[in-house]
Design a binder for this molecule. Structure first.
Ligand code: FES
Length: 183
């Protein structure tokens, strides 16, 4: 080793030490981030599979909100997950109580998606779609009009404490005679 080499070696050792330190810190940060991202991904996957298994149950309101035999319109908030993004929409439904049972219908006309209204004028009350004049019985059965099928029914249940009506909200394909769920 010459005298002129000595300072060069010291600088080299420092560079090597700093490089090693930076590499170790980088590996540590990457490891922590990897665990965090993985943990979040697993949590999301579990949430998705749990909701898929149990249905999309949404609170509609207290059972006492519904009078026997009279359709009541309700608006519910539906959260839809696509990949990592959650979006929220307001959906209209119609609920008719018959004693201890309920008929829950989407307010979305199966023809082209306009919202149906409950009409009490005239001889027989009915659901009516203002877009192309389809009409439906209180049960949702098609009476006449452009729609190829009746209004779509939704599954319902009472909340575990027995005070609330809950609905398993779904959307269905338009324009066809069969009730086919959109996935
Ligand atoms: S959208 Fe209802 S009849 Fe056309």
């Amino acid at each position: 080793m010459t005298q002129s080499d000595a300072p060069h070696d010291v600088d080299g050792s420092r560079r090597t030490f700093l490089g090693l330190a930076i590499a170790l810190i980088g590996a540590g940060v990457a490891g922590v981030m990897g665990v965090t991202i993985y943990g979040y991904a697993v949590a999301q996957a579990l949430k998705t599979s749990a909701s898929g298994k149990e249905g999309n149950w949404i609170d509609v309101g207290p059972l006492d909100d519904f009078k026997d035999g009279i359709p009541t319109q309700k608006s519910i908030t539906v959260v839809t997950r696509e990949g990592w993004v959650n979006s929220q929409t307001e959906e209209a439904i119609w609920v008719t109580r018959q004693g201890d049972a309920f008929t829950v219908l989407t307010a979305t006309c199966p023809h082209l998606g306009c919202k149906v209204q409950w009409q009490t004028e005239g001889q027989t009350p009915k659901f009516f779609c203002p877009c192309h004049a389809s009409s439906f019985e209180k049960s949702g059965k098609l009476i006449q009009g452009a729609s190829a099928r009746g209004l779509d029914t939704l599954n319902w249940r009472k909340s575990p404490d027995g005070t609330l009506l809950q609905v398993d909200f779904k959307r269905f394909k338009a324009l066809i005679a069969e009730k086919v769920e959109l996935v």
